[in-house]
Design a protein around this ligand. Structure first.
Ligand code: HEC
Length: 159
């Protein structure tokens, strides 16, 4: 009798352990969360490479044509990386409030979002041509670049 009870308790405990382990595993493997992380990583890279370009344009960082050129080239390289699968449906901040700041508008207005992406690509290409050609050239391209980040964030990113 006692032995049976103990066995029952043990198997319940084991079952519970299994559920918890399984849930933790499932959370780690949530493909949507992975996708959100990946797109945020791409954004972090954009910010990392664009930051010193903004700094040079403002005069906070000394202009260095080689570095400027490499930074702009890196923005261009990031654009060439595939973002396929990084923006699955219903991965906005309303569905993933702890993970994402993407507004649902990003999916509701795909044309607008695509335009914002194209404006950014244009700005990056302009910057890639200009960045190594002197501070004046960098400065003339930097406004469009900054505006393209900001424009998209204003429409499609939550505060
Ligand atoms: C076409 C739209 C678009 C463009 C262009 C864009 N972003 Fe973003 N960015 C987003 C969206 C949407 C998010 C929110 C992603 C999420 O949390 O799901 C974001 C998030 C970010 C984040 C936060 C990342 C994190 O760790 O959560 C940074 C930093 C950022 N962007 C920087 C930039 C910079 C710098 C540029 C320009 C050089 C840029 N972005 C261009 C749409 C854009």
């Amino acid at each position: 009798m006692k032995k049976t009870l103990l066995l029952m308790l043990m198997s319940t405990a084991l079952a519970m352990t299994n559920v918890t382990a399984h849930e933790a595993h499932a959370a780690e493997k949530d493909p949507v969360k992975k996708a959100i992380k990946a797109r945020q990583a791409a954004m972090v890279l954009r910010s990392w490479y664009a930051g010193p370009l903004f700094g040079m344009a403002k005069g906070d960082i000394e202009y260095d044509s080689e570095w400027a050129s490499a930074l702009a080239g890196s923005l261009k390289a990031e654009l060439a990386m595939t973002g396929r699968g990084m923006w699955p449906e219903e991965s906005d901040y309303e569905n993933y409030p702890d993970e994402s700041r993407s507004l649902p508008e990003l999916w509701l207005d795909p044309e607008g979002a695509q335009e914002a992406g194209m404006a950014y690509a244009d700005a990056v290409n302009e910057m890639a041509n200009a960045a190594g050609e002197g501070l004046g050239a960098l400065r003339s391209a930097v406004g469009q670049l900054g505006q393209s980040c900001k424009g998209c964030h204003e429409s499609y990113r939550a505060e």
